[in-house]
Every structure is written in structure tokens, then in C-alpha cells.
Design a protein around this ligand. Structure first.
Ligand SMILES: [Zn+2]
Ligand SMILES: [Zn+2]
Length: 353
């Protein structure tokens, strides 16, 4: 861990990123954005401000109604949980070993290293083979395509525990853990999310590839597992592995915005919670992460173990990862809080995505 002193007046983020580590995009000023035609019933294209408002309005528990359920996500989630219970009655050691390896690959390498710290926050850069492998692992986690995941996560940082946050416990603990997934998005929602929150990624050929092939890769991985080890391999290597990874990820959204301690006074409710950090390969040091989103290591004290950071360092050693933002804030900035440095009171005004 670095002992480098970071001056309090120095913003840790490069000019091209905002306080959440979110990429910036040249957009018209708010005054221009708010100039809408008086006739809102016309077929004119929506302004950016109106598109943002649609996104904020969607992430509200009032949209979770029986006549507005995302049956595909709900059905998939139920089937995976049933499969995980069935796995308990179909145990074999090879299947359990596959569960462990695939869980680490998809959750730590795919989600934590790939989707989160690399794609959403640009905490480091990846050579093309490393990028492809990390995105493949992330896709096989069945937590959504790279673009879906990154855009949702950037929205979470921009709106943390405010209206528009996709999964804040302010809307209820169960909402933040799982229920937020099951409201059916309005037409054009994901295109809008990608355009506004991941503008620099939408035309990336590798990400487009996984956007189009996600379903086939998931089905294909299930077929391969079944052919290798029969039903136990399918149930442990896919269902149990996904369900355990799901809840670990979801605990980061729910538990670490409810329980734990804070190293930094951030404007949200984020906390550091040791058992979530263990389950989620380091992501449970969530207050550290919200305070300094673009810093690659999530553990900022010596005892805050971060397995994903170990993987990033290993990838760096082998030349797969480079330009790693590894500067952990010094104690002075930790004590003083980071609000004046990189957590502005009005994230919307401060970011141009
Ligand atoms: Zn959070
Ligand atoms: Zn993040």
C-alpha cells in the first residue's frame, strides 16, 4: 500500500473524469438542455434533460407493479435460485471445484476487476487480450452486458442515495438488495443509459460483441458444463455459482449502504463492511470506494484485504494491466473527509455525463 501524500487541494481524478470516475462528455449547457418546445405532444426528439429525467423516474419503487414486471429477469432469478437449492442434493467434488474456480473468475475477474474497476471507473488500462478475457468473465456472471452494468453503476455513483439511484436502501433494504431488478424498463431505456452514462464505450467493438452475444454465451456455458460433468456440474458451476455471486454483488448495493464503518465522510451512506468485502473480493470496502472511486485498490488500511486488488497487481506484473491508479489517499485527507476534493455537493452540476 502506498504512503504517498496527496495534497488536499489536489483532485485525484484526471481532467477527463468527474468525481465519480465517470467519463465526461461534451454536452450543451443545462440552459440549452432545458429549452424544450411548448408542444410536448409532438414527435420531436427528447432533450438530454428529458432523457435524464426518464432514467431518474424509472428507478423508483413505484414502478415495481404486477403489470410492470420484468418477467425475464424475474424468471431467470427464480430458476437460478431453484437450481442452487437443487445443487445441495447433487454434490460432487469436481462440481464444487468448478463452482469455486468459476465463481472467482466471473465475480472477481469479471465483475470486480473487469466491469467495475476497469470499465466503470477506468482505474487502470488493459491490453486487448486482458480486456476481452475480463469482459468474457463478466458476461458469464449473468449480471448483464458490460454496457448495461457500467452505465447502471455510473448512475449509482452519480446519484448515490438520492432520487435516481438505482438501488438505494433509502427506498427500502429489500429494494436495494434485489427488488430494484424486477421493474420493467421503458422502451429505449438501455440505449438511453448507454448513450448518457457510457458514451465513450458504446462503439467499442469488444463491448458491442458481448452486448450481442450475451444470451448465447450464457446458454453455451450451461451446455458445456452439462456435457463435462452432467447435472451436478450444471447446478454447481452455473446456478449455485451465479446465485452466490448475485447476493455478494447485491450486498454491496444493500448492506454496505446500511451497516459498517466509515473512513471518509462522503455525501452518501456508503460503509466498509468486512464480511461483504470477503464475499465480494474486496468490494465491501465500499466507503473507501465511494470516497475515491477511481483508485484501483478498495482496501485503504493494511487490514482491509482486497483480493481483486491482488489480481490487478498480478495482471500488472504480467503486462496485461497498466497505468494503474494505485495512489491511496493519505491519512490527513481521510480524516478531513473528501467532500471538497472529489465529492461535490451537486453531482449533476459537477458531471457532464
Ligand atoms: Zn454504493
Ligand atoms: Zn464503483
Amino acid at each position: 500500500m502506498s504512503d504517498t501524500i496527496v495534497p488536499e487541494t489536489q483532485n485525484e481524478l484526471p481532467p477527463e473524469t468527474d468525481a465519480s470516475g465517470v467519463a465526461t462528455l461534451e454536452l450543451p449547457s443545462e440552459s440549452v438542455l432545458d429549452q424544450t418546445d411548448a408542444d410536448t405532444s409532438s414527435d420531436r426528439p427528447l432533450t438530454i434533460a428529458e432523457e435524464r429525467q426518464l432514467i431518474i423516474d424509472f428507478h423508483d419503487p413505484s414502478n415495481l407493479r404486477w403489470n410492470n414486471l420484468d418477467w425475464i429477469t424475474l424468471g431467470w432469478t427464480v430458476v437460478m435460485h431453484v437450481g442452487a437449492v437443487a445443487a445441495l442434493f447433487n454434490f460432487t467434488w469436481p462440481a464444487f471445484f468448478a463452482f469455486l474456480v468459476l465463481h472467482w473468475l466471473t465475480a472477481s475477474i469479471g465483475i470486480c476487476l473487469g466491469y467495475h474497476r476497469y470499465l466503470s471507473h477506468r482505474s487502470f488500462k488493459l491490453r486487448t487480450p486482458g480486456k476481452f478475457f475480463a469482459m468474457l468473465c463478466g458476461t458469464l456472471s449473468a449480471e448483464g452486458s458490460p454496457l448495461d452494468w457500467a452505465s447502471t453503476h455510473r448512475l449509482h455513483h452519480q446519484k448515490s442515495d438520492q432520487k435516481g439511484d438505482p438501488h438505494s436502501p433509502n427506498q427500502g433494504n429489500w429494494w436495494s438488495h434485489i427488488l430494484w431488478l424486477f421493474a420493467k424498463p421503458p422502451k429505449g431505456h438501455w440505449e438511453r443509459m448507454h448513450r448518457i452514462y457510457t458514451p465513450e464505450l458504446v462503439n467499442d467493438p469488444i463491448l458491442r460483441f458481448f452486448q450481442k452475444t450475451e444470451f448465447f454465451l450464457l446458454v453455451g456455458s450451461g451446455v458445456v458444463l452439462y456435457l463435462i460433468g452432467g447435472l451436478p456440474m450444471l447446478l454447481w458451476g452455473l446456478c449455485m455459482r451465479m446465485v452466490v455471486a448475485y447476493h455478494s454483488t447485491w450486498f454491496v448495493n444493500s448492506a454496505t449502504h446500511i451497516w459498517g464503518y466509515r473512513n471518509y465522510e462522503t455525501r452518501d451512506r456508503s460503509r466498509n463492511l468486512w464480511w461483504v468485502a470477503l464475499l465480494s473480493y474486496g468490494e465491501g470496502w465500499h466507503n473507501n470506494h465511494h470516497a475515491h472511486p477511481s483508485v484501483a485498490p478498495a482496501g485503504h488500511r493494511w487490514w482491509e484485504i482486497d483480493m481483486t486488488w491482488m489480481a490487478i497487481r498480478t495482471w500488472q506484473f504480467f503486462g496485461l494491466a497498466y497505468d494503474v491508479k494505485d495512489q491511496i489517499p493519505d491519512r490527513a485527507s481521510r480524516k478531513a473527509g473528501i467532500d471538497e476534493n472529489d465529492a461535490p455537493a451537486d453531482p449533476i452540476a459537477a458531471t457532464s455525463v
